[in-house]
Ligand binder design. Structure first.
Ligand code: C2E
Ligand code: CA
Ligand code: CA
Length: 566
């Protein structure tokens, strides 16, 4: 769009700010552009900043001298660039030194005008062009950018990446994905507006990186950022500079990022796919507590393919009964001799190609895309039928606990579905125990409390799984009603390492005592662990010490032994 067309169309005279400490220069420049623009003047950086703030909505461009008293041109450029609103206003630098030009362009200047002002036509053309470009950009940014971060939205981001590739097909590029570690907790602990501040600060850092090394960035989900930049080798220093910038912006060194890099990406793959890979690498750092990055490589590619295959095969797996429920006994150890008290149902996949697949390989995948819900329902049903079978065969009910994943909690049918299963098989809800992992409580404690309370009213027992791995506050625990606490296996593994490990166990058992609920320890493998846990007051034990999870036929020997015991 040319200037004349634009002016004919809207007929608005643009407002220009000229900043120069020398009156003669202000006058000379003013005379050149007054014919076409409204002009205001500032004599130094401070005065300029006041005017810019005051007129930021109407100001079309700033013509800025670099050497001035008080705030000089460089500093002013910095201030403008770091301010989300002001950075929309283009700045043309007025300079007599060629070296200053490069530096000012790096600082975000739109263009430069050399002194002395001996070519009025060139000056006018540059002013026109810069305004035009900025206005086009603003039009873009009104629709294409995310207001909180000022970065592109996902859709436009991919378009811009493709356009970049078209212009520069031979430039090697990296696809980078960022994520803020435990962002939901940052929100929960400090409030949403603080969360927004963190998002904006991360975005500011990414804007800085892409302006320094040429690139494009976007925020695609709440705390997921993508960046497409010229290939570089030193991601350590990129991450370090982001971290230090971030820390000083939010005044908190506990914000940690994880970053996945797909280096020198294969341009024959679709852009979205390239970022899937970067994301895949980034997500492989999910459990990390510190700031870290990883590079996408061939083993990751193989893992991604394996994951895709498992996802694709699930439906057939359910239909063909490839999923098997195994049972691991839990023993009550409060008396003289351990007594079988219940079992935990654990799923396995007898996959036609890969053989026996453990849940750690597919449950986390299925949790991400919702498939876990279907699988859990399958397991719950198998378990209810199995309990009924055992009761018919042995004349007693063996309580069984099933795993309930966080997604299940949001299902409005959850309660009626479980009640239906129990009823159909003539069981009591009390014998059907639900294990819910601790971190699911911290994700959404309000919804969780409501669901858990309803299920308990129906008579189900609730066990909090993996206790100690999440971030439950004592406050939350006090307001939550659960029937047992299951210690995270990691604590059992660390228990014998040093005095601190044992202290942690004792502390958690004390919390359970305070809440008046029994403590279950899982992953118990050795006599030493068993003895220490018994001494510490643990009530129920599950682990290889007694048995691995076994198929139902094999589990029957534990039932038979228990019946003999009595
Ligand atoms: P979890 O609920 O914490 O289950 C305990 C895990 O510890 C099981 O792993 C069990 O086999 C293992 N284990 C038991 N005793 C010992 C021991 O003495 N030493 C060691 N090293 N490990 C022991 P598994 O069966 O591989 O299951 C892993 C996770 O997958 C489970 O962790 C649970 O979160 C999930 N999962 C299993 N089945 C289901 C299911 O039906 N639905 C859902 N949503 N998740 C399931
Ligand atoms: Ca469990
Ligand atoms: Ca567990």
């Amino acid at each position: 769009m040319s200037e004349s067309v634009r002016n004919e169309k809207d007929n608005i005279r643009r407002l220009v700010l000229i900043v120069d400490d020398e009156q003669i220069n202000r006058r000379l420049l003013g005379r050149i552009i007054e014919g076409e623009y409204d002009v205001i003047y500032a004599e130094d950086g401070e005065q300029a900043l006041d005017l810019i703030r005051e007129r930021q909505k109407t100001l079309s461009i700033i013509l800025l001298d670099l050497i001035m008293p008080k705030i000089d041109g460089y500093e002013l450029l910095n201030i403008i660039r770091d301010d989300h609103e002001l950075s929309r206003i283009p700045v043309i630098v007025l300079t007599s030194e060629r070296t200053a030009e490069v530096k000012s362009l790096q600082l975000g200047a739109a263009d430069f005008i050399p002194k002395p002002y001996d070519m009025p036509e060139v000056i006018l053309a540059r002013v026109r062009r810069s305004i035009e470009l900025a206005e086009d950009n603003i039009m873009i940014s009104a629709t294409e950018t995310d207001t909180l971060s000022g970065l592109y939205t996902k859709k436009y981001f991919f378009q811009h990446c493709r356009r970049y590739d078209r212009y520069y097909p031979d430039v090697p590029m990296d696809a980078v994905a960022f994520n803020i570690n435990r962002f939901h907790l940052i929100n929960e602990l400090n409030g949403r507006s603080y969360g927004d501040t963190v998002i904006a600060a991360v975005a500011a850092q990414l804007r800085r990186i892409i302006s320094e090394s040429e690139g494009i960035a976007c925020r695609c989900d709440s705390d997921v950022f993508l960046m497409y930049i010229k290939h570089c080798d030193d991601y350590d220093s990129i991450l370090n500079s982001i971290t230090s910038g971030l820390n000083s912006a939010v005044g908190n060194s506990r914000i940690h990022l994880r970053m996945g890099v797909y280096r020198n990406c294969d341009k024959s793959a679709d852009v979205e796919e390239r970022f899937d890979r970067a994301n895949f690498a980034c997500n492989s750092l999910r459990v990390s507590y510190s700031t870290s990055f990883t590079i996408y490589d061939d083993t990751m590619r193989k893992r991604a393919i394996y994951a895709e295959k498992l996802i694709g095969d699930m439906d057939a797996g359910v239909a063909n009964r490839q999923f098997k429920v195994y049972y691991q006994p839990k023993y009550n150890i409060t008396g003289d001799e351990p007594v079988l008290s219940s079992a935990e149902a654990l799923i396995r996949w007898d996959h036609p190609e890969y053989g026996f697949v453990h849940p750690a390989s597919f449950i986390p995948l299925f949790e991400k895309n919702g498939l876990v819900h279907k699988l859990d329902q399958y397991v719950w049903k198998e378990v209810a039928v199995q309990m009924r079978e055992w009761r018919d065969k042995f004349g007693i009910t063996i309580p069984v606990s099933v795993n309930v994943s966080r997604l299940d909690i949001y299902d409005p049918e959850l309660e009626s579905m479980l009640l239906g299963l129990v009823k159909e098989n003539g069981l009591e809800p009390y014998d059907y125990i639900l294990e819910i992992t601790e971190s699911a409580y911290t994700d959404n404690s309000a919804q969780m409390t409501e669901t858990v309370n309803k299920l308990r009213e129906d008579g189900f027992r609730i066990e909090m799984d993996d206790f100690g791995s999440g971030y439950s506050s004592l406050n939350m625990l006090g307001s939550l009603y659960i029937d047992a606490m299951k210690l995270d296996m990691l604590f059992i593994q660390k228990m014998c390492e040093d005095a601190k490990g044992m202290k942690m166990i004792q502390l958690m058992i004390d919390i359970a005592r305070f809440l008046n609920i029994p403590v279950v320890a899982e992953g118990v493998e050795t006599q030493e662990q068993y003895d220490l846990l018994k001494k510490a007051g643990c009530d129920v034990i599950q682990g290889y010490y007694f048995s691995k999870p076994v198929p139902p036929e094999e589990f029957e020997k534990f039932i038979e032994a228990m019946i003999k015991q009595h």
